[in-house]
Structures are given as structure tokens and as C-alpha cells.
Design a binder for this molecule. Structure first.
Ligand code: NDP
Ligand code: 2IT
Length: 449
């Protein structure tokens, strides 16, 4: 379609100069909404595509902070307030040395559609800093969080832009960010989610992304007459999403056998020792190398000793769950998974599969649960946390879990309906993109220019 092609050229030529990851995310969405635009040409008239691929606001700020030896450091901070057609901006904050405007624009763009897919009224945003939390003391983390918030607190608000967690930002960092906002504004506004329970956090938020991922995958498989029960599963990552995915996989009787971090991969054929994993990654904040030292049944493959992506995808499995970071599962890894007869890929991380990887899975009719749907449980429970806070309310872990299950099951049904309407068969990635786009576009038109 000419209109979409033109928009893609605009994206390549102006919005995304040098931003390859952002362009990858745009291209994926625009390619899959072609049948929707064909059926609803009024969106061309409203020039929705050119409007939707451009962020409303990109904020960049300088963060100055003092380490334990009173040395001054400078980091770059960002917030991309991409689209607020459906509601206030909402999205996580990432602290990782790889953070840059390209990565954050891709994440904020994805977040618009993910948030729309949940059916909740939130817009899309993402922020972060090129700060490396590794090796920092608790006090240094606190000082950095305080400096981050001080530098841009006047750009957010509980009805404007609500932050959340992501890579390198968990309960501890969220607590410090919240505390600093409270100090600066003398308010207890819910401007961030994934808060510790003591600060009004939601009981189920910490586990929501990983649990939601497994609920979504199980719903999809049951619809196909299959189940994860008794099946070998491979997981990459060993952070919040990966750990809770592993926990829920055990709950439903599956066998998770791998995890990984930035330094290497663990393969434990008897099943990952969850208690040991939590101790190493959550309490000690150490490398998975320690896991192999503790558990002699496990193999450890260092990332630097391994050529071609991640060793996780060499392990034969029924279901593969990439839960670490973007573009971690490429063409070569996809080929290995297909050769090993994988049945389903379910994305816990944001855009973990490359374009070529997705194409291969589609070509071989491997079931594919896209991130925008499969990992939406995290942000959905963030919204439960926001409504809990604004109503001065409390929901028990059981109530939150029940709501999460209902949300994930509804997301699947809504996407499947779109797939049926557009004859997409089981192309859930296209179905998710159309569903998200449709909701945002409708809201944009209703608001006028
Ligand atoms: P964490 O910081 O808790 O964990 C990240 C994990 O991924 C760690 O094991 C880390 O290894 C590994 N990792 C991170 N970056 C890289 C990299 N560049 N190369 C190799 N390994 C890497 O983050 P989360 O678990 O919260 O996030 C994981 C993914 O899930 C991200 O894509 C995030 O955007 C997405 N996501 C998170 C949600 C949430 O609620 N937290 C919600 C929805 C999606 P190491 O320990 O060595 O640093
Ligand atoms: O990618 C994501 O959906 C998140 N990191 C969670 C965002 C949030 O605001 O809870």
C-alpha cells in the first residue's frame, strides 16, 4: 500500500535517522496493519500513521550524582512521552549502559500498542538512563535514583505520566524514585508503579509479567488442544520476568531447564533450582557462574565462549521463552529451535525476536506469542496498582492474580477475534498490532488534531 510505504519512508528518512531498533519496531507494526488500513481507509484521511510514529515529546536530562567516595558522575536520562491518546503516558524506566534514545523510542512505541491491547486507558511512554547499576552500593543506587528524579520530576504526574519498572529498575529503585518525588512535591501521588508493598504497591505486581506470560501461553495452547504441563521449557534471562515465568511454569507442572544472564547460560536438565536462582540473582545480585559452582548437575556456558547468539536456544524444548532483552533471538537461534521441533515461542522481553527470526517461525508455522500481548500482564497490574492507590484500596494477592488471569485470557480472545476477522490464521503478532493500532487510532480521531 502506497500510504504505508510512504509513512515508512518518512520514518526512515526523518524520525529514525540512525535509530535502527526504533525503525525495526515501526516496520513490524506498519507491515502488519496493511489489511486494517485497506478496510478502514478513513485513517489515511486523518494521516494517523505519520502522526502515530512520531513521539509527542522526547525529554533528555543530565543526571549528576556522587558515589561513595564523593566523586561526581554524569549520566544521560531520558523520557519518551510517545502517545497519550488513550490515557496518561505509562511505561517503565530502564537503567542499563545500553540505554540510548533509539532503544527508548522503540520501547515507548511498543508500549503504546501493548497498553492499548490491555483494554485499559493508558498511553505509551518509556524512560531510563545509561547508568550501570552493577557493582554499585545501595547508597549509590539511592543517590542515583534521587538525582534522576530531581532532574525531571516536573515532567510527570499521576494524571500525566506514570513511571514503572524495567531492566535494572525493581522495587528498590522504584522505592527511592518514589521517595524523592514525595520529598520534592510534598505529595504521595502515585507517579510510579511496582512500588514496594509498604509504599502502596500491589501484591501481585512483582510477579505479574512472568505469571501473565505463562497464563497467556497456556490459554493459547489450550485453545490449540495442547498444554505446557510436563513439557520442557527454555527461558533466557534471570531477572524479574524470567524468574517469575520459571516460578509459574513449575506451578503448572512444566519443566523449565535454562536461564541466562549477561555473562552466560545455565542448563540444568533436571529443572532450574528456583530457590538457588533467586538467592544468586535477587539477594546476592551475582553472576550465574555461582549457580554452576553450587549445582553439579548444571552446565554453564560463558557468553564469551559461545558463538552465535545465546546457548539457551540450542537446548531442545517444547516452548521457548525469551525473557532478557531486545533482539536476543536471531535467525540462527530460530533455525536451531525449529530443527529441535519447538512448538511455541512466547516473548517475555520486549521485541526479543529479530525480524528474520519471526519470519522463520511464521514460515514454519510455529506458534508465536508476541511481546505486546504476552508480557502485557506487568503493565496491566501496574494499572491495578494505580487504581488501588487512587481509591486508597487494598487487593489481596488472590484478587490480583484472579484479575491478571482474566486480563491475559481476554487479551488472547480479543487478538484471536481480530485474527479471524482478517483471516490471519494464528499470526498473533499481526493480530496484536491491528488490535492495538485500532484502539489508539480511534481515540486519536475522536480527539481531533
Ligand atoms: P531485570 O533487570 O530484572 O533482568 C534482566 C535480565 O536480562 C538479567 O538477567 C540481565 O542479566 C539480562 N540482560 C539484560 N540486558 C541484557 C543484555 N543486553 N544482554 C544480555 N542479557 C541481558 O529486567 P526484567 O526482567 O524486568 O526485564 C527483562 C525484559 O522484560 C526486558 O526486555 C523488559 O523490557 C521486559 N519487560 C519487563 C517488564 C517488567 O514488569 N519488569 C514488563 C514487560 C516487559 P544480568 O543479570 O547479567 O544483568
Ligand atoms: O515493558 C513493560 O511493559 C514494562 N516494563 C512495565 C511498564 C509499567 O509501567 O509497569
Amino acid at each position: 500500500m502506497n500510504y504505508i510505504q510512504q509513512a515508512m519512508e518518512i520514518a526512515r528518512g526523518t524520525n529514525c535517522v540512525g535509530d535502527t531498533t526504533f525503525f525495526q519496531a515501526i516496520e513490524e507494526v506498519l507491515t502488519s496493519i496493511k489489511p486494517f488500513i485497506k478496510k478502514n481507509p478513513e485513517y489515511i484521511e486523518h494521516n494517523i500513521i505519520e502522526r502515530i510514529i512520531s513521539p509527542n515529546r522526547e525529554i533528555r536530562f543530565k543526571i549528576e550524582w556522587l558515589d561513595d567516595k564523593n566523586r561526581i558522575h554524569v549520566n544521560n536520562g531520558y523520557r519518551i512521552q510517545f502517545n497519550n491518546a488513550l490515557g496518561p503516558y505509562k511505561g517503565g524506566v530502564r537503567f542499563h549502559p545500553s540505554v540510548n534514545p533509539d532503544i527508548l523510542k522503540f520501547l515507548a512505541f511498543e508500549q503504546i500498542f501493548k497498553n492499548a491491547i490491555t483494554g485499559l486507558h493508558i498511553g505509551g511512554a518509556k524512560g531510563g538512563a545509561d547508568f550501570d547499576p552493577k557493582g554499585k552500593s545501595d547508597q549509590e543506587i539511592m543517590k542515583f535514583c534521587q538525582a534522576f528524579m530531581t532532574a525531571f520530576y516536573n515532567s510527570i504526574g499521576e494524571d500525566i505520566d506514570i513511571l514503572g519498572g524495567d531492566i535494572g529498575v525493581g522495587e528498590r529503585e522504584v522505592g527511592y524514585l518514589f521517595g524523592q518525588y514525595k520529598m520534592l512535591t510534598n505529595s504521595y501521588d502515585s507517579i510510579i508503579t511496582s512500588k514496594p508493598i509498604a509504599l502502596g504497591g500491589s501484591e501481585g505486581r512483582i510477579s505479574a509479567t512472568g505469571y501473565g506470560l505463562v497464563y497467556f501461553t497456556q490459554t493459547l495452547l489450550e485453545d490449540m488442544g495442547e498444554t505446557l504441563k510436563g513439557k520442557i521449557c527454555t527461558i533466557s534471562g534471570s531477572g524479574n520476568v524470567a524468574i517469575h515465568a520459571i516460578e509459574k511454569l513449575y506451578d503448572i507442572g512444566a519443566i523449565p531447564v535454562t536461564c541466562s544472564d549477561s555473562k552466560g547460560t545455565i542448563h540444568d536438565p533436571n529443572g532450574i533450582d528456583l530457590a538457588l536462582l533467586k538467592q544468586i540473582k535477587l539477594e546476592q545480585r551475582a553472576s550465574l557462574e555461582l549457580y554452576a559452582e553450587e549445582k553439579k548437575t548444571a552446565a554453564y556456558v560463558k557468553r564469551e565462549d559461545y558463538q552465535g547468539g545465546s546457548y539457551v536456544w540450542d537446548i531442545p524444548c517444547f516452548a521457548a521463552f525469551p525473557c532478557a532483552t531486545q533482539n536476543e533471538l536471531g535467525e540462527e537461534s530460530a533455525k536451531k529451535l525449529i530443527d529441535n521441533d519447538v512448538k511455541i515461542i512466547a516473548e517475555g522481553a520486549n521485541m526479543p525476536t529479530t525480524t528474520q527470526g519471526i519470519e522463520l517461525f511464521m514460515k514454519h508455522q510455529i506458534l508465536f506469542a508476541p511481546a505486546k500481548a504476552a508480557n502485557a500482564g506487568g503493565v496491566a497490574v501496574s494499572v491495578l496498582e494505580m487504581s488501588q492507590n487512587s481509591a486508597f484500596n487494598y487487593w489481596s494477592p488472590e484478587e490480583i492474580d484472579q484479575k491478571l488471569q482474566e486480563i491475559m485470557s481476554k487479551i488472547y480472545k480479543d487478538i484471536k477475534k481480530i485474527c479471524d476477522e482478517y483471516n490471519l490464521d494464528m499470526d498473533l503478532a499481526a493480530g496484536a498490532n491491528i488490535l492495538g493500532f485500532k484502539r489508539v487510532a480511534k481515540a486519536m480521531v475522536a480527539q481531533g488534531v
